[in-house]
Design a protein around this ligand. Structure first.
Ligand code: MSP
Length: 522
């Protein structure tokens, strides 16, 4: 029997120089929703997240905190693991780059790459000396022509980070030999980089020519030693990217590697697309491995119009958001508010608007109104429908079409499109209940009342099934209220209608309204 189709999705691994904020939670959330969706859709999923623990930035943060690097990374990495619990993330693994399995994978890939030639027949790796500008904050090298000199003579990278002159012996990866290969690869794989605007940026960057990349450092020691030359440690990005294959068992190419590699999707922030769409494919191909299938670059959240940063003190702690608004409303808001891929602004008003407008009023009330009427007027059982008329079929068909629509949207990482199509049906169902007025039918036409209420619960069942990846706990409650058995909650049961006569539990609201805390309020 053929196995299930597989789906391997990864988040960036987070630097442990600082505590997690809502930007990090957002990235992992997107992957969680995809992973949950694919599991419900019959895939065997591997969903990976973790922490990026080497490099100068982390080493410096540890020094500033007065602790050794390992103790420091243990502490901060734990906060990212705690966040996965608090956000109800369903990751199957959590990788730390200080783990032995990862060091082993890094050294194996280094050796593999070093033993092979570039597409132009040169050695992939060579030893030379590096002299250039480095930004510790970005953990990136910058060309002289990319820098801006401030009035004080200080040079900064395009990201605004300070750069310093670095001069040291270094191993280089011969990236310059890979440009044509990359352009051909992008051509052959038009969906490799998304959204499309980002793809164009990457293609023009590569067309501009690529410089060889310094991939080892000698002036500090918090990293993976280069095999055969341990004075050198690997450049943190060379080390970090490899996490995606470490987690499937590389250098062992049987087992999970054979099953899940190449990864279906790396979700990253737009700031780190170049590393994933230019460097990583060449490291992989340089080592004779297959390249990941796709990279999606998401946008950035600002806070009430301002950049989120430690120095501005406005970085939002996801735990505080959850405490205030509840977990599922936060999960919903983040993916509903902004088209995925675009930048977004986080505002209290927008958050409360979505909670009260869409969750409490539209979805919550829809379910509540239907279930209260069934409870009172149908002996708390799924009513038996009569013949459907056009309005019924229109609504039922719209709900039925949502699975294919959501699948297509999720495969393009268009969460907002999936949610918008679901919400069109939520709104159509609200309009239907208002027009059909089952409460009035109760006095005039009981059979028709039963049909209307049946159509409504059937539509709500489909909506709840599809919203599970976004709001797992709330949708589990909603499906409980609709008495959908545990075994009928994946998408194979999407067309398995509720059976008339099924007993329904007493209705309970799923989404409370958010009431703004007021000064002096009790
Ligand atoms: N360690 C590297 C990634 C290595 S992956 C092999 C790194 N870490 S990071 O912690 O600085 O950032 C990771 C990701 O967090 C960013 O790419 C981005 O996706 C996300 N975000 C950080 N701040 C963000 C916002 N304000 N808004 C949205 N996402 C943001 O880069």
């Amino acid at each position: 029997m053929a196995g299930k189709p597989t789906f391997y999705v990864t988040t960036p691994i987070y630097y442990v120089n600082d505590n997690p904020h809502v930007g990090h939670a957002y990235t992992t959330l997107a992957c969680d929703v995809l992973a949950r969706f694919k599991r419900l859709d019959g895939f065997e999923v591997k969903f990976l997240t973790g922490t990026d623990e080497h490099g100068q930035k982390v080493e410096k943060s540890a020094q500033a905190a007065g602790t050794d690097a390992q103790t420091f990374t243990d502490r901060v990495s734990q906060k990212f693991r705690d966040l996965t619990k608090a956000m109800n993330f369903s990751n199957d693994d959590f990788i730390r780059t200080t783990e032995p399995r990862h060091i082993k994978a890094c050294q194996a890939l280094w050796q593999e790459v070093a033993a092979r030639k570039t597409p132009k027949g040169n050695d992939n790796i060579y030893l030379a000396s590096y002299g250039g500008w480095y930004s510790v904050r970005d953990e990136a090298f910058w060309g002289e022509d990319e820098l801006v000199t401030g009035p004080d003579g200080q040079k900064t990278a395009p990201t605004g980070a300070l750069v310093e002159w670095v001069e040291e012996p270094s191993y280089f990866f011969r990236l310059s030999d890979w440009a044509d290969w990359l352009l051909e690869f992008y051509d052959k794989h038009p969906d490799f980089i998304a959204p499309n605007s980002r793809r164009n940026e990457v293609v023009s960057f590569v067309k501009g020519g690529l410089q060889d990349l310094s991939i080892s450092r000698t002036t500090f020691s918090w990293g993976v030693p280069v095999p055969g030359d341990p004075k050198h440690i690997m450049y943190v990005w060379f080390d970090a990217l490899i996490n995606y294959i470490t987690a499937v068992g590389y250098p062992d190419k049987t087992g999970e590697y054979a099953k899940f590699w190449p990864a279906d999707l790396h979700v990253v922030g737009k700031d780190i697309l170049r590393f994933h769409a230019v460097y990583w494919p060449t490291f992989l191909a340089g080592g004779g491995l297959e390249v990941q299938k796709r990279v999606f670059a998401q946008g950035w959240w600002t806070i009430e119009g301002q950049k989120m940063s430690k120095s501005l003190g406005n970085a939002i702690d996801p735990l505080a958001l959850i405490a205030r608004y509840g977990l599922d409303p936060v999960r919903f808001f983040l993916l509903r508010e902004v088209p995925y891929g675009n930048d977004g602004d986080f505002s209290r008003r927008a958050m409360i608007g979505r909670i009260n407008g869409e969750l409490a009023n539209e979805l919550g009330n829809l379910a509540q109104r239907t279930l209260v009427q069934i409870n009172k007027n149908c002996a708390a059982q799924v009513p038996k429908p009569g013949l459907f008329i056009d309005v019924d079929n229109t609504l039922l068909d719209a709900a039925k079409a949502l699975l294919a629509q959501s699948r297509a949207a999720m495969d393009r990482q268009e969460f907002h499109v999936a949610l918008e199509s679901i919400w069109l049906v939520v709104r159509a169902a609200n309009a239907y209940i208002d027009h059909q007025a089952p409460w009035a039918l109760k006095k005039t036409d009981l059979a028709r009342m039963n049909t209307v209420l049946y159509v409504l619960v059937e539509v709500e069942r489909r909506i709840a099934l599809l919203l599970q990846p976004f709001m797992p706990d709330s949708m589990a409650k909603m499906l409980d209220q609709l008495a959908v058995p545990a075994g009928a909650r994946d998408f194979t049961a999407f067309d398995t209608a509720l059976a008339a006569g099924t007993n329904l539990p007493p209705p309970q609201g799923v989404f409370p309204r958010y009431v703004e805390e007021q000064e002096g309020a009790a």
